[in-house]
Write a protein that binds this ligand. Structure first.
Ligand code: NDP
Ligand code: 2IT
Length: 448
């Protein structure tokens, strides 16, 4: 870090000593920015870092609701509106028992740079609740979502803040949240993305994060004359991002040999094909079951309880972590590299620990950080917002083409920013710098 970055980081540590995930995300960005801050004194003069590390607004609220047995339950709701320099606040909602302010601040902070990289006009935000949808009936989930929106509606809107899905929030939850917003505000407007197709959603939005991550990985591989075809890929998670990551890897001729959930991992040496993927989708999206069932259904698979997939394979070329933060550690990457891994692309947000990231960067592994590699999801949310404003919808081919173009451009911006500031081949620094510059310049333009 340069002196300015270090001073800001130390202040963030003093003011947020317990927010480990937030501190992890801030540290990485401020380290990347050292040469940018050295060359551009105006950012310090305008106190850009001071303003960028504090959310513009945080809303914390109670979410009381009555479950189907008639019991009153109280959850905690959050929306962290981090930065609106380049557009309305934009970012997902996470419903998971682990949700706390540190996690939502790390996610909201990363979202500022990710959204900037897409080149679309979206500021950074994140929100959610410690509500756990797992094992709950549709009625419970609907009542929770209605109560959550009963407060959130005053803080969001199509030109102000546009939430979307994340862990535990898919099309079912977006539907219930949208229904409640519309009921209260009496307006059918683009206040959320990830909507179903027949009431304002965009084709390809469900696929976009996973597809986009594989498009980004393909760009990285091309820089070394490699391709996805013929490669063995390890994927973690079995939710939205993992499912469409698997689909695109298969489509491009790769072989995916793992999936996981929070209970354990499946290794299928024969590879997951379209039929097996259909099974995973029905299991996870309709029956909301556990991934262990896969091993009962397909004899080529084994299930390992309580473990991540990384060290359960003998041969691996590519890794696509697609579950959650800090799920890929130093030991994991060392093991995978010893088994042939050449490229890691993050579908999840911050899934690799700092030690794992440093190892990849210093050992020539192609590494696509989440804020670049998984930006296809929010980019396509941006396209959903455009379609809502136009009151039109584009075909799947049109949206997919735009998504591919956006991912190729993000890859190019990362390479160029890294080159310009002395970080050749480092996508972490490239993403942080390219994402930062646009937001920082907008903040300077708009005054204090
Ligand atoms: P889903 O809820 O659809 O799936 C999450 C998956 O990760 C599930 O398999 C879940 O297992 C697993 N998981 C969640 N938490 C943990 C945990 N603490 N430990 C182990 N496994 C866990 O979410 P998404 O697929 O949408 O999100 C996955 C990741 O991608 C997140 O990091 C999210 O922030 C990121 N992301 C999502 C985008 C989107 O458009 N949805 C866009 C960009 C990034 P289980 O079923 O047991 O809970
Ligand atoms: O982390 C993310 O980028 C998301 N969860 C998607 C956000 C969005 O607004 O589509």
């Amino acid at each position: 870090m340069n002196a300015y970055g270090k001073r800001i980081y130390e202040d963030v540590v003093v003011k947020n000593p317990d927010q480990v995930e937030f501190l992890q995300a801030v540290k990485e960005v401020l380290e990347s920015l050292a040469p940018v801050l050295d060359r551009n004194a105006r950012y310090e003069q305008h106190a850009i870092l001071e303003r960028m590390v504090i959310p513009e607004r945080i809303i914390i609220f109670q979410v009381p609701w009555i479950n189907q047995e008639g019991k009153v339950i109280v959850n905690k709701g959050y929306r962290v509106q981090f930065n609106s320099a380049i557009g309305p606040y934009k970012g997902g909602l996470r419903f998971h028992p682990s949700v706390n302010l540190s996690i939502l601040k790390f996610l909201g902070f990363e979202q500022i740079f990710k959204n900037s990289l897409t080149t679309l006009p979206m500021g950074g935000a994140k929100g959610g609740s410690n509500f756990d949808p797992k094992g709950r009936s549709d009625i419970d989930v609907m009542r929770f979502c209605q109560s959550f929106m009963r407060e959130l509606y005053r803080h969001v809107g199509p030109d102000c803040d546009v939430p979307a899905g994340d862990i535990g929030v898919g099309s079912r939850e977006i539907g219930y949240l949208f229904g409640q917003y519309k009921r209260i505000v009496n307006a059918h407007e683009g206040v959320l993305t990830g909507k179903n197709m027949n009431w304002g959603g965009s084709l390809i939005r469900p696929q976009a994060t996973g597809f986009g991550n594989v498009y980004f990985m393909r760009e990285m591989l091309h820089t070394r004359g490699e391709d996805v075809a013929g490669k063995i890929a390890v994927v973690s998670g079995s939710g939205n991002v993992a499912q469409y990551t698997i689909k695109k890897v298969i489509e491009l001729g790769g072989k995916v040999i793992s999936v996981s959930d929070s209970s354990g991992s499946i290794i299928d040496q024969d590879g997951i094909d379209d039929e097996k993927l259909e099974f995973i989708m029905e299991l996870k999206n309709v029956r909301r079951g556990r991934i262990s069932e896969y091993a009962g259904k397909f004899k080529s698979a084994k299930y390992v309880a309580g473990q991540k997939p990384w060290q359960l394979v003998d041969k691996i070329d590519l890794a696509l972590p697609s579950a959650t933060q800090n799920e890929l550690e130093l030991d994991d990457i060392k093991y995978m590299v010893s088994k042939g891994c050449i490229c890691v692309s993050e579908g999840a947000n911050m899934p690799s620990t700092p030690a794992a990231v440093n190892y990849m960067l210093s050992n020539g592994i192609l590494f696509g950080p989440g804020k670049a590699a998984n930006a296809g999801g929010v980019a396509t949310s941006g396209l959903e917002m455009s379609q809502n404003s136009l009151r039109m919808s584009w075909t799947a081919e049109e949206v997919d083409q735009k998504l591919q173009r956006i991912m190729t451009n993000i890859h190019k911006s990362c390479i160029e920013a890294a080159d310009t500031y002395g970080f050749k081949g480092n996508y972490v620094a490239g993403a942080n710098i390219a994402g930062f510059l646009k937001v920082a310049d907008a903040m300077v333009d708009q005054g204090i």
